[in-house]
Write a protein that binds this ligand. Structure first.
Ligand SMILES: N[C@@H](CCC(=O)N[C@@H](CS)C(=O)NCC(=O)O)C(=O)O
Length: 200
């Protein structure tokens, strides 16, 4: 298999961590690329030009981080990342993680193309409020004990989204006033799949 990625995409990191947690690292070739440079191989794999993209062993091209994670979860020997007994709980929290990631990534891209005044627009303000609401909800739902239970796709999505906030939007100071979430995050990012894929 081949995974198209870069070192700063939260979506690509989510796919890569999923691959590692499923014990598939040896079976996947990492194809480092710049999605903003119309990389020909990436466009061939994903005409949308976005990472992550995965070429499966039978040559099928997959796009969208969650679909790639779903596929990988069905392939590797690792424990299920979406256990049927926890389906609704895991999907609920994957949604929170993905919502946080989308709001953060869109903020970063809007600032890059329109300057920091993008934050003052109606959409920018909505995104900033969304951060706070999602973070407050995660503070209610997660704690250190939760981080000790079996790893799921929700842990990957939320952990990567929080790391992305620290990496690109440190002024959000997501951990301030959220001690339970901060304790949860400290445990999750100790995993090898997180330390080996740190943003940079
Ligand atoms: N919904 C997509 C989002 C992927 C995405 O936006 N990736 C960014 C990098 S973080 C990208 O490749 N952007 C290039 C572009 O939009 O042209 C997913 O979950 O995979």
């Amino acid at each position: 298999m081949q995974l198209f990625l870069n070192a700063t995409s939260p979506y690509a990191r989510m796919a890569r961590i999923t691959m590692m947690e499923k014990g598939l690292a040896e079976m996947v070739t990492l194809r480092w690329c710049d999605p903003w440079a119309d990389d020909a191989a990436l466009l061939n794999a994903n005409p949308a030009g976005r990472i992550p993209a995965l070429i499966t062993a039978d040559g099928t091209a997959l796009s969208e981080s969650l679909l790639i994670a779903l596929y990988l979860d069905g392939q590797g020997p690792g424990e299920p990342l979406i256990p049927p007994s926890r389906l609704s709980e895991v999907l609920h929290r994957v949604g929170l993680g993905q919502g946080l990631m989308d709001a953060a990534f869109t903020t970063v891209i809007a600032r890059k193309h329109q300057g920091s005044e993008a934050d003052d627009s109606e959409l920018g303000q909505r995104r900033l409020r969304a951060f706070q609401r999602i973070l407050d909800q995660l503070e209610q739902e997660l704690d250190e004990a939760q981080a000790m239970s079996a790893m799921t796709l929700a842990d990957i999505a939320v952990g990567v989204a929080l790391d992305y906030l620290t990496f690109r939007l440190p002024e959000v100071t997501w951990s301030h006033g959220r001690p339970r979430l901060a304790a949860w995050h400290r445990q999750i990012v100790r995993r090898e799949s997180f330390t080996q894929t740190a943003f940079g």
